[in-house]
Every structure is written in structure tokens, then in C-alpha cells.
Design a protein around this ligand. Structure first.
Ligand code: MN3
Length: 242
């Protein structure tokens, strides 16, 4: 079609659209579309307000991190579930422990988005306003045995987070030999694919701290410990050892 006749066609089409409403009103209402199935993955609600972790993590960072970044991973995970049927029914931890089971065309999407959803869900629960002060007796003695002291644990996790190049996470995990270990993962990779179960983990993507701390990631890491919910960490440790 030549440009001239295409434009002429558009004008004629517009006139037709303007003439239509009377016709539409005369018709019966269309049948409602069938209800969409519920999404496979949903954004978890936080058990505290966005401002509750101030001054360590500011409300704006929490709002953007939870309602936009985490939501984007949830959306990506649901899109992946549209392409890989098994993702709708397989437990998320099973999926992340063996990414080789995912078809080639969705594996990266699953790694990034299902991984991101899982990591962030874990992270929100691991924090609480004011922190829950101390690790329990069992976890404390395991930490002392593995690293010497709480202070050394904190230093080693902070070191792992500070030296993660680019984006990722630092973790205290129970490894596949049931030993405590400190690791770091890139992007939204999870400890699950290493056969490890996290006790605690901290997001060191810039989106987690940049508004308040800018380039001072070590300062964010040092402050972050004030938010740690040790009750949750104790629970994670018992589950991992059980
Ligand atoms: Mn994040």
C-alpha cells in the first residue's frame, strides 16, 4: 500500500469508529471473560511497615525494594510459570536446588526471578524492627565453634558482602555437610543450588542501600545487623540442621 492511500484509509477508519457507539449501546453486554487463574507467585506482605527499619533502612528504600523490585521478580516468575508448566506445582526450594531440571528456554528466567522472589521473601522475614537481640544457645555455640565469636561472624559476613563484585548476596549457611559456612552468591543465585540452607543473608544489590548509603556498602552492612531477627535465624538454623 502506498503511503497516500494508507493515510486515506486511516481517516476513513476514524470516521467509522466515531459512528459506532449507538450500535454498541444497542447490543447486549458481552459475556464476562472467564476469571484468570490466581498467579502462581505473589508478593508476600511485610510483617512491619516500610518505615519500621529506620534509621538503618529508610522507608523509601524499603518501599521501592519491596513493591517494585521484589514485585518485578514475582512478575518474572509468573511469566516463567506460563512457559514451564512444572513450575506451577513444584515446591520452589526444589526448583532452585536443581535448576538443571528447568527447560533451556526458561532456565535463566527461573534462576533470576524465582531466585529473586525466594531470596527477598527470606530477607524480609529475617529483619524486624529493633532486631531480636541474640542468637539462641545452639546457634551461638555453633557460631563460636565455626568462627570463634559473634564478632568474627559479623566481620566475615560483612567481608563477603563488601567484596561481592556487582550485585548479589552474603550468607551464613548450613552447608551440605551440616557445617556453618559463609558464602556469597552473584545476582539472584541462591544457596539452595549449592546444597546449602541459609541461616541469614543480606542483600548487597545497590537497590538495597543506595538512597541512604550511596557507595558506602560497608557502612550499610555494619548497620544492617541492628535489624536482624535472630529468632528467625534460630528457626532457620534448626530447620537446616533437622
Ligand atoms: Mn534486592
Amino acid at each position: 500500500m502506498e503511503r497516500r492511500s494508507f493515510l486515506t484509509g486511516l481517516v476513513a477508519g476514524s470516521a467509522f469508529v466515531i459512528a459506532r457507539p449507538a450500535l454498541v449501546l444497542a447490543q447486549a453486554a458481552p459475556a464476562p471473560a472467564p476469571a484468570a487463574p490466581p498467579p502462581v507467585f505473589t508478593l508476600p506482605k511485610l510483617s512491619y511497615a516500610y518505615e519500621a527499619l529506620e534509621p538503618v533502612i529508610d522507608a523509601q528504600t524499603m518501599r521501592i525494594h519491596h513493591s517494585l523490585h521484589h514485585q518485578a521478580y514475582v512478575n518474572g516468575a509468573n511469566a516463567a510459570a506460563g512457559q514451564w508448566e512444572a513450575l506451577k506445582t513444584t515446591p520452589i526450594e526444589t526448583v532452585l536446588a536443581d535448576l538443571s531440571a528447568a527447560p533451556d528456554n526458561v532456565r535463566t528466567a527461573v534462576r533470576n526471578n524465582v531466585g529473586g522472589h525466594w531470596n527477598h521473601s527470606f530477607f524480609w522475614e529475617l529483619m524486624t524492627p529493633g532486631g531480636a537481640q541474640q542468637p539462641g544457645t545452639e546457634l551461638k555455640s555453633a557460631i563460636d565453634g565455626a568462627f570463634g565469636s559473634m564478632l568474627e561472624l559479623v566481620q566475615k559476613v560483612n567481608q563477603a558482602g563488601a567484596t561481592r563484585f556487582g550485585s548479589g548476596w552474603a550468607w551464613l549457611v548450613v552447608d551440605k555437610d551440616k557445617k556453618l559456612a559463609i558464602i556469597s552468591t552473584a545476582n539472584q543465585d541462591t544457596p539452595l543450588e549449592l546444597g546449602a540452607k541459609p541461616v541469614l543473608g543480606v542483600d548487597v544489590w545497590e537497590h538495597a542501600y543506595y538512597l541512604k548509603y550511596q557507595n558506602r556498602r560497608p557502612e550499610y552492612l555494619a548497620a544492617w545487623w541492628k535489624t536482624v531477627n535472630w529468632d528467625k535465624a534460630n528457626e532457620n538454623f534448626k530447620k537446616a540442621m533437622g
